[in-house]
Design a protein around this ligand. Sequence first.
Ligand code: GLN
Length: 198
Amino acid sequence: APVIGVLALQGDVREHLVALAAADAVARPVRRPEELAEVDGLVIPGGESTTISKLAVLFGVMEPLRARVRDGLPVYGTCAGMIMLADKILDPRSGQETIGGIDMIVRRNAFGRQNESFEAAVEVRGVEGDPVEGVFIRAPWVESVGAGAEVLAEHGGHIVAVRQGNALATSFHPELTGDHRVHALFVEMVRANRAADS
Ligand code: GLN
């Protein structure tokens, strides 16, 4: 089974470890560059993107993260993790950096002003069957994507899921629902990438 790390600096790490294990991956927390080097894929959890950014710099893992993502490491970011994978943030806090990897511009807390937190059924391209239950918690949306990025889902006229090559991002949190189909989609991306590498 593929080994998939969860960046464990801040956020809902445990929920992703459980969801990945349920989707037949070997899941483990990643904090240090040595741990990052050992995984076939990586999840960036939900939480607070400014905090994750600052801790990644402090732990010396920001540059290694950028290098591995540039080299094609499969990555999946939820909510704050989506922000971390954006090439550009519309409204960054001071000192806030991203890993990048997806040619998109995100707006932080975009849904939050009207409605701190809500759930909605979301049709996600590549996920078979019923819509996914989207849990949005002070969620970002994607203002725009570049030519290389594929929009996988929208909600209320706003982009909420994007894929570019081996990078996947959702505004919402499938790890909180018990429905592991989005994690299974990511595990498939990791398997396909491993098969292509070997
Ligand atoms: N609002 C948070 C941020 O800007 C994201 C919230 C979340 O991950 N649930 O990082």
